[in-house]
Design a protein. Structure first.
Length: 327
């Protein structure tokens, strides 16, 4: 990481990934503005940073313009779990698209370098496996997941148009499944769902037959990838896949969680949600070649740390962001 101290804006900074990034940047001595509307994030993720002189928390929604003088922007704001982004689909699209427009406008004015947290969901239910950045995806533009998938695809379009038309210095990362401490216990994603169910003695819910695959990247590895991309030469704009190419079935993950928690939970099966991808695995060749990045933490090690975190928190301190059920 550069030793030059910077003014850094992190949208979605109190969320799962944002809070880890805030911690890294504050520890490095940078001035950090954490922007969040607290829809799916949690103030407890960053409360320990509030007394640090180089950290500032602002409650703000990225669908509204924001003014500040900054050197770098990390645009992470958007609910990332189907159970929550489907709750208000129009607001999800607005967050991705208007949020990108507002942050790109700020970057253009201040000449800041700007980072977009895109997603492997831009690949939809892929017809190519693993997924390279050159793959254009198989997305249902009118489906239940489109508010997120197409919102993120449009945000990528905006980033590259601002880069070509206005010379904005951009970085775009496509994030694959990530897990670790600071995940919201009710975020509806598979790792947190399984761990909470296991340590609470509930049956573990698998959608489909459990044969669908995912690749799970521990959060520390992911944040290292973010920083390496942001510090890369200006011709490395991305998009760059950041994720762990180790591939596991959902059933394998459930069995690992049961074993590691010592739970007596049983597996129960429910229908697979609409447009849920059957395979997900990143091709990380570009990240390896351009950034010198690859994940280091194996799934068992990362799960142990995540289970320890969930056992340490009081679930009564958390409320479900929505009562929506994924469809």
């Amino acid at each position: 990481m550069s030793t030059h101290l910077k003014r850094i804006l992190i949208t979605g900074g109190a969320g799962f990934l944002g809070s880890h990034l805030c911690q890294r940047m504050v520890d490095a001595g940078h001035d950090v503005i954490c922007l969040d509307n607290f829809f799916t994030s949690q103030k407890s993720n960053i409360v320990h940073l509030l007394d640090r002189p180089n950290f500032e928390l602002v409650r703000h929604d990225v669908t509204q313009p924001f003014m500040a003088e900054v050197d770098e922007i990390y645009n992470l704001a958007c609910p990332a779990s189907p159970v929550h982004y489907q709750y208000n689909a129009i607001k999800t699209v607005k967050t991705s698209v208007m949020g990108a427009i507002n942050m790109l406008g700020l970057a253009k004015r201040t000449k800041a370098k700007i980072f977009q947290a895109s997603t492997s969901e831009v690949y939809g239910d892929p017809e190519i496996h693993p997924q390279p950045e050159s793959y254009r995806g198989s997305v249902n533009p009118i489906g239940l997941r489109a508010c997120y998938d197409e919102g993120k695809r449009c945000a990528e379009t905006l980033f590259f148009d601002y880069h070509r038309q206005n010379g904005v210095n951009i970085r775009v990362v496509r994030i694959f499944n990530t897990y670790g401490p600071h995940m919201h216990p009710y975020d509806g994603r598979v790792v947190s769902n399984f761990i909470i169910q296991a340590i609470s003695g509930q049956d573990i819910t698998i959608y489909g037959d459990g044969s669908q695959t995912r690749s799970f990247c521990y959060v520390d590895d992911l944040i290292n990838g973010f920083i390496k991309l942001m510090d890369a030469p200006d011709d490395v704009t991305g998009p760059v896949n950041i994720g762990n190419p180790g591939e596991f079935t959902i059933k394998q993950l459930a069995e690992m969680v049961i074993e590691m928690t010592g739970s007596k939970s049983k597996l129960i099966y429910k229908p697979l949600p609409k447009d849920d991808p059957t395979q997900r695995k990143p091709d990380i060749t570009i990240a390896q070649d351009k950034l010198g990045w690859e994940p280091k933490i194996p799934l068992a090690e990362g799960l142990a740390k995540t289970i320890e975190y969930f056992k340490s928190i009081n679930l009564a301190d958390y409320r479900k962001p929505t009562d929506h059920q994924v469809q």
